[in-house]
Design a protein around this ligand. Structure first.
Ligand SMILES: [Zn+2]
Length: 157
């Protein structure tokens, strides 16, 4: 069975294949499906186990290794990010994959929002290099209370 890919998702896959053409040969159909599952989860994100179950709907013989290899591949391309505090994977917004991004993670509902700010990016890179270090990951998690989860009084200003 095949995943029902919308026209918009197909266009997005084709764009990615063009953009990453050196590795595109390894952007196999199961990897494309995993990527679309992560994208469809939006800011709720999705865990590896749920991805495996979703993949099994289409390829009953899918194994955990298939999912982990696909996720490794997508992480290396910068198409998805792992939010450690949630043990979940999120799709990055298009064109942000090579940039340093902040991910605001709501400590109540677990929603994740990507935040991209050139000033912040520069500042963090400068601070890290001034300390003689190299950035290891281009994703920084910040714990927040999202708009929906703030106590009523906090939002009423
Ligand atoms: Zn929240």
């Amino acid at each position: 069975m095949e995943l029902n890919v919308t026209r918009q998702e197909q266009a997005e896959l084709e764009r990615l294949i063009l953009e990453h053409d050196r590795i595109a040969q390894r952007f196999t159909r199961p990897r494309q499906m995993i990527y679309l599952f992560v994208r469809r989860a939006g800011n709720r994100g999705v865990g590896a186990y749920v991805l495996l179950e979703a993949l099994k709907t289409y390829s009953p013989n899918a194994r955990p290794a298939t999912v982990y290899r696909a996720l490794d591949y997508l992480l290396r391309l910068g198409l998805v990010v792992k939010i450690d505090s949630q043990s979940k994977f999120f799709a990055r917004s298009p064109h942000s994959s090579q940039r340093l991004c902040l991910f605001m993670v709501c400590s109540v509902c677990g929603s994740v929002h990507e935040f991209n700010d050139p000033w912040c990016e520069k500042k963090i890179e400068t601070t890290v290099s001034a300390a003689g270090s190299l950035l290891d990951r281009k994703a920084i998690e910040i714990s927040v209370l999202c708009e929906n989860c703030q106590p009523a009084s906090a939002g009423a200003s």
